[in-house]
Design a binder for this molecule. Structure first.
Ligand code: DON
Length: 549
C-alpha cells in the first residue's frame, strides 16, 4: 500500500516536472507572427521551424522591418549546441568605397538610406534556407505557406501600422531618391484588409523552389531588371553568389552564466560582453547600485563611451578584416579600459580612444520550444521600410543597409555611429551591425533569450534586459518595459533615455554634465526561464505579443 502510494506520488511529481519542461514560449513583434510560431510548434515543429515561419510572416505583416529584402542574424541553441546564422546583406559586386561621396568628397545626404543605391544584396531567404537545412524538422513549404496566405488573402491593417506607413510616405515626399513606395502602400487604411498579391507570388516561388525561388530564375531576373532600369547595382550575379554563413557565436562567461551572443559582422556581442563585464568590475565590492539611479546610469554611460570607441576602430566584416575578438572581450583588457572611470565625473569624450593599440526599424523575436531549444533572431531592412523601394513585379521592400558601412571615415551614419577602414565599403563585404540576438545559459540550459531593434541602441537594450532579469530579478515583462538609457560616445556626453527615469535622476545627471535626450528606442522581446517556468515579455509600447504555452 505504502509502496503503491509512493509510486503514484512519484509519477505525479515526475509528470509535473515533465509538464514544466514541456513549456514553450514566443515573444514576437506582432500577433500574426506569434500565432503562427505557436501553431508551428503545436504541429510538432521545433523553435527553428517556428522562427522560419515567423520570419516569412513578418515579411508580410510587419513591412517596416520584417522582410525578404533584408537580412539578419539567427542565434540557435539546439541540443546543447550553439550556432549563429549570419544572413546579413552584403555590398553588391559593383559597390565601391566612395560610392556615397560627391565630387568634393562629401557624403551625399540620404543616398545611403533612401532609394535604389542604398540596398545591400538581401540575405534573408538564404538564411532561412540554411537554418532549415541544418535544424528544420517540418517541410519547408509548410513553413512558408502561412506567409503566402497572409499576403494573398490580406490582413486587417492596424492603426499603428497604417500611421507608420503614412508618416513614412510623408518623409519620402519630395525626396529625390524616392522611387515607388506609395504605389504599394498608399492604399493601406486602418481597418481595411491589406493584400499584397505580388509579394504572395514571390513567396509562393520561395515556398515551391526554396532559396532558388529567390536567388535564381524568375525572382532574380525581376530584381536584376528592376535594378538595371533604375541604375541600381544588384545583379543576377550578386544574387547567385550570395551565401548565408554559419559562424561560431561569441561565448563568454559572465557570473555563473554562459552568454552566447553575436560575433562580427555584428558589433553587439563584443559590446554587451564589454558592457556587462565592466559593470561588474566597476561595482565589485560596493553596495549594489539602485536600478536606474544616477550612479547606475553614469557607470553604464562611461562603459558605453569605451565600448563605442572600440566599435568604431576595430569592428567590421571578419571575412575582410581581422577582428581581435578574444582581446576585446578579455576581462583584463576590459578592466584596463574601465580603470580611469570616476564615479562622479564624466570623462572627456575626445580623450576616449580605441583601447587596443597602445528608428529606424528592425525587428526581433525570441522562441523556446518544449525541448529547451532556443532561437534568438534579429532581422532588418535597416530603417523603417528600408530603402522605401519595392521591387516591381516581386512586391517586396528592399533594405537600405548600405548606410551601416562607414561612407567616409569619421562621418556618422544615421545612428550616429562612426567608423573607418574596418567598415569601409568593398564588394561582397558585410556592413557592421549592432543587431545582438543573445541567449544566456546557466548550467547548459537556457536562462534568457533576448534581442531588440534600434540600431546602435540595440546593444543597450540587450544588456539592460540581461541586467534587469538577472541582476534585478525582474519578470520578463517588467524587464522589457522598465525605462532604459543609452550612451555611445558620440554625440558627446549625450544620454538617450526613456520616459520614466525619475526627474531627480535626470537632474542629477544633468548636473554632472550629461545632455539628457528623452526619446524612446528599441522593442525588446525576451523569454526568461525562472526556476523551470518560462516567462515571456514583449514591450507594451509596440505591437508585440508573447505567449507561454
Ligand atoms: O544592423 C544594424 O545595426 C542596423 N541596420 C539595425 C537597424 C535598426 O535596428 C533600426 N531599428 N530601429
Amino acid at each position: 500500500m505504502k509502496n503503491s502510494l509512493m509510486l503514484v506520488l512519484s509519477i505525479l511529481v515526475l509528470s509535473a516536472c515533465g509538464e514544466q519542461k514541456q513549456q514553450s514560449a514566443v515573444a514576437m513583434p506582432d500577433a500574426f507572427s506569434a500565432d503562427v510560431a505557436k501553431q508551428i510548434m503545436q504541429d510538432g515543429g521545433n523553435a527553428v521551424d517556428a522562427a522560419i515561419a515567423a520570419q516569412f510572416v513578418l515579411a508580410v505583416t510587419l513591412p517596416e522591418a520584417g522582410n525578404i529584402g533584408g537580412g539578419g542574424f539567427m542565434l540557435v541553441y539546439k541540443d546543447q549546441q550553439a550556432d549563429f546564422i549570419d544572413y546579413r546583406e552584403q555590398a553588391p559586386l559593383a559597390a565601391h568605397r566612395d560610392m556615397y561621396l560627391d565630387e568634393q568628397g562629401n557624403v551625399v545626404p540620404y543616398q545611403s538610406v533612401i532609394g535604389i543605391l542604398s540596398s545591400g544584396v538581401p540575405g534573408t531567404v538564404a538564411g532561412m534556407w540554411l537554418a532549415h537545412e541544418k535544424y528544420g524538422t517540418l517541410p519547408w513549404k509548410d513553413l512558408v505557406e502561412p506567409a503566402v496566405k497572409l499576403a494573398a488573402d490580406g490582413f486587417v491593417m492596424s492603426e499603428k501600422l497604417a500611421g507608420y506607413i503614412s508618416r513614412y510616405s510623408q518623409h519620402l515626399k519630395d525626396n529625390k531618391f524616392a522611387v515607388n513606395f506609395d504605389d504599394y502602400f498608399a492604399s493601406a487604411k486602418t481597418g481595411d484588409v491589406f493584400r499584397q498579391p505580388e509579394l504572395a507570388a514571390t513567396l509562393a516561388l520561395i515556398r515551391d523552389q526554396g532559396r532558388d525561388g529567390f536567388y535564381k530564375g524568375k525572382t532574380a531576373k525581376i530584381i536584376a531588371n528592376f535594378m538595371a532600369h533604375h541604375q541600381g547595382l544588384i545583379s543576377e550575379d550578386d544574387l547567385a553568389q550570395y551565401e548565408a554563413k554559419s559562424r561560431q557565436p561569441i561565448s563568454a562567461k559572465w557570473r555563473e552564466y554562459q552568454v552566447l551572443t553575436s560575433p562580427p559582422p555584428s558589433s553587439g556581442g563584443i559590446a554587451i560582453i564589454q558592457w556587462l563585464t565592466m559593470y561588474d568590475q566597476l561595482t565589485a565590492g560596493k553596495a549594489k547600485l539602485e536600478h536606474n539611479s544616477a550612479p547606475y546610469v553614469h557607470v553604464l554611460a562611461e562603459a558605453g563611451k569605451r565600448v563605442f570607441a572600440d566599435r568604431a576602430e576595430y569592428l567590421g566584416d571578419p571575412d575582410f578584416i581581422k577582428v581581435p575578438v578574444a582581446e576585446l572581450i578579455n576581462p583584463d583588457y576590459i578592466a584596463k579600459r574601465g580603470a580611469d572611470i570616476s564615479m562622479d565625473r564624466i570623462s572627456v569624450t575626445e580623450l576616449i580612444k580605441p583601447g587596443l593599440k597602445e528608428s529606424e526599424e528592425t525587428t526581433h523575436f525570441s522562441i523556446v520550444d518544449k525541448w529547451g531549444n532556443a532561437v534568438s533572431n534579429t532581422t532588418t531592412i535597416n530603417l523603417g521600410f528600408g530603402s522605401g523601394v519595392v521591387v516591381e513585379g516581386a512586391g517586396f521592400l528592399l533594405n537600405d543597409e548600405m548606410d551601416d558601412f562607414s561612407a567616409k571615415p569619421g562621418v556618422a551614419n544615421v545612428f550616429g555611429a562612426v567608423g573607418g577602414e574596418a567598415n569601409e565599403i568593398q564588394p561582397k563585404k558585410r556592413m557592421l551591425s549592432s543587431m545582438t540576438p543573445t541567449i544566456v545559459l546557466k548550467d547548459g540550459k537556457v536562462s534568457v533569450v533576448t534581442g531588440s531593434p534600434g540600431g546602435t541602441t540595440i546593444i543597450s537594450s540587450v544588456y539592460t534586459s540581461i541586467l534587469n532579469t538577472l541582476e534585478f530579478g525582474m519578470s520578463a515583462q517588467e524587464a522589457v518595459d522598465a525605462p532604459r538609457f543609452h550612451h555611445q560616445l558620440l554625440p558627446k556626453d549625450t544620454i538617450r533615455y526613456h520616459q520614466g527615469l525619475t526627474p531627480d535622476v535626470v537632474s542629477a545627471l544633468k548636473k554632472m554634465g550629461y545632455i539628457m535626450d528623452n526619446s524612446r528606442f528599441g522593442d525588446l522581446h525576451t523569454i526568461v526561464d525562472r526556476d523551470g517556468k518560462l516567462e515571456a515579455g514583449s514591450e507594451s509600447s509596440g505591437r508585440g505579443k508573447s505567449i507561454v504555452f
